[in-house]
Design a protein. Structure first.
Length: 312
């Protein structure tokens, strides 16, 4: 039976939002090394040559909630991910960026094994959640997905009341105590910045909410399950600028309380909301480091060209 803990018993205190624009990247010192020369990554990829991801040193000082090592994924005979190695820092927001089709969403969905639902998918390599294998033979995938919340591009509230949407995971776990359900519902909606807007209509059908409210409801539904990691797959792609701003404010508020891994095509959004940014290209992880460095002083010319809009 699920019960509230100290984290759920206190309202998440909104943190002041510090907007960070994405200024043009400056030229960084580049030194050759590894199997692909600095500035020649795309050429190496096109030739099928192996190269080492440019991973910034500060990531080695972070506590990893998700660990990924030499991870490969195939859709049948087509390979979508190539030797991806990265750690997702605990309590931080990590953004996955890169051109369409580069494997961002595939990697994101690999973390909670959503790709298992696709015929012909095979994987190799290792992936862990707080030290526990994600792809081990004895892993209960249903239990795994309870530990990893996910919010999709398009809001997908269930055709039921706002209240029942939020407490859905608790109902599935057999929680029947109304006091517990009420408390989790309120705290989750507060955590999603939605309580004041819907507290007087919790019995209303969630499908009557605006798109932005529906997306925040989906986040409330995800955090009600007290996940160890929250996955966001382009959570603002279907929203207008005002709703997008509210989601970005919410991500800032959740920082520190949850470990967030998000996919975004919006460079400004990545620069504003994330602590770390990983740049992917054609299924490879090219460069991974602190967001400020990725946007201000990337180590690879390819990263600089992408974040400044020279390609992609």
């Amino acid at each position: 039976m699920k019960s509230t803990n100290s984290e759920m018993e206190k309202e998440i205190t909104p943190q002041p939002r510090q907007k960070r624009e994405a200024p043009p990247a400056r030229e960084a010192e580049r030194a050759s090394g590894g199997t692909a020369p600095i500035g020649g990554v795309f050429e190496a990829i096109s030739k099928g040559e192996k190269f080492d991801t440019e991973t910034h040193e500060e990531l080695g000082r972070e506590d990893a909630v998700v660990g990924i090592a030499d991870f490969n994924l195939h859709y049948g005979d087509s390979q979508a991910l190539f030797d991806v190695t990265m750690n997702v820092p605990r309590g931080k927001v990590t953004a996955l960026i890169g051109p369409s089709g580069c494997g961002k969403s595939t990697l994101l969905r690999s973390v909670n094994r959503m790709n298992d639902l696709i015929d012909g998918v095979t994987t190799a390599g290792a992936m862990t959640l707080n030290g526990d294998s994600i792809y081990g033979r004895t892993v209960d995938v249903i239990e795994l997905r309870k530990r990893i919340g996910m919010v999709f591009q398009k809001p997908n509230p269930f055709p039921m009341s706002i209240y029942e949407n939020v407490v859905y995971s608790l109902r599935i776990d057999g929680v029947r105590d109304k006091n517990v359900l009420d408390e989790v519902c309120e705290e989750s909606l507060k955590g999603a910045g939605l309580w004041e807007e819907v507290k007087d209509r919790l019995s209303s059908n969630a499908l009557r909410m605006s798109g932005g409210q529906q997306q925040r409801l989906c986040i409330a539904r995800a955090i009600a399950a007290e996940p160890e990691v929250l996955l966001l797959d382009e959570p603002c792609s279907a929203l207008d600028p005002i709703a997008t701003g509210k989601i970005e404010d919410l991500i800032d508020q959740l920082r520190g309380h949850y470990s967030i891994l998000m996919v975004t095509h919006n460079m400004q959004q990545a620069s504003r909301t994330s602590d770390y940014t990983a740049f992917m290209y054609l299924g490879r992880l090219v460069e991974y480091g602190a967001t400020e460095e990725i946007f201000m002083q990337p180590r690879l010319r390819e990263t600089e060209d992408y974040v400044t809009g020279r390609f992609g």
